[in-house]
Design a protein around this ligand. Sequence first.
Ligand code: NAD
Length: 424
Amino acid sequence: MRDVNAGPERQPDNPYEMALAQFDAVADRLGLDDGLRKILRVCKRELIVRFPVKMDDGSIRVFTGYRVQHNEARGPVKGGLRFNPAVNLDEVRALAMWMTWKCAVASLPYGGAKGGVEVDPRSLSDGELERLSRRYATEIVRFIGPEQDIPAPDMGTDARVMAWIMDTYSMHHGHSVPGVVTGKPVSIGGSSGRFEATGRGVLFITQEACRHVGMSLEGATVAVQGYGNVGGVAARLLRQAGARVVAVSDSRCGVYNAQGLDVDAIWDLKRRGGSLLDFAGGDRITNAELLALPVDILVPAAMEGQIHADNAASVRARLLVEGANGPVSPEADPILTENGVLAVPDILASGGGVIVSYFEWVQDLQSFFWEESEVNERLHRLMVRSFQEVVACAEREKAHLREAAYILAVSRVAEAVRDRGIFP
Ligand code: NAD
């Protein structure tokens, strides 16, 4: 395994190497001292669990799961849980580190964490998925908790999985502990507005970015990669805000319609378990073609590493609003800038989910719940403030938005580490 204290050389497709390269660049720029650099470059806790699950046919399968906590200087750690066959330790480490920066950009009192299980949830029955979720929760039960580490949904997990984890944790503790996870159903302490929060945050940041570059969102053309929780909600809200969503995709294919797609019909189709392959209201395109469309706004909302050195030059959007975590590699950034593409970084643009997760946690701790309008208003206020702080930092430091977001985030976490000092 790679020495995490080693220099910035990296493999192109490894998200953790990508996260370290991004951190190193900002640490150099900030002149961070060597000790702080060493602390922030590593993940504080890394747990790998291998656990059996009884399948419906009576056979036993052993699954591998992870929970990684990057840094807790600013508060308990927070981050999603991913069920995907490609999950691995380096991916989870990268996502945990990005969560630390994302929480700091929004000034939330959290550090970053992430978890995952190597599994395709679509290949399991409901019963198998429940047994897997509950057993994984049991394996990590000593590492999570409302004051310690609070999981949330990510790719391949949803409110139902969060409910099983909340219930399993509560059974182990002998009483109900709603604050142990966020993104739960409202019936057990979830927050109104949490399901749409990341996509709604993408909308709010897109509105601010349009204002920033003097572009009208009304009538602007949009392409969205990924049609899940983030991409599907963002596409529908952008459409409601007057944009023309001309292309969307999922893992199998994309669809394009220059007049604008019926994004609600696509949402219904996906909800019923259908695929974009079954959608008749547009022409079939590939994911690569979607990324290269001449649109005003491109929203990558699928997964990391989608825009890289080999395809960045083909991006023709004016604004690139990163709904996914880590969709743009560090090599792609200068190419995008050179071509006049303004990239609004993931740690700013996709922060809506963790912000409303924070609201959910606060509501759970107080057992006092807010109206959805209050949740959305507070989300709007916080995202606009974060955007303005990042833009002000970019202007002050003569930096791009990603660099500025990292400067803000890393300096906030470094300040917390300095203020706390080193025990003993
Ligand atoms: P999801 O599982 O709900 O949806 C993912 C979508 O991406 C699906 O439509 C899937 O078909 C598609 N997809 C997967 N691989 C693809 C590929 N190679 N090319 C094109 N499409 C592909 O997941 P989600 O929760 O919407 O998460 C999407 C991204 O947003 C991830 O990077 C996640 O970490 C990030 N994110 C999620 C949240 C959240 O609250 N759910 C918050 C912040 C960031």
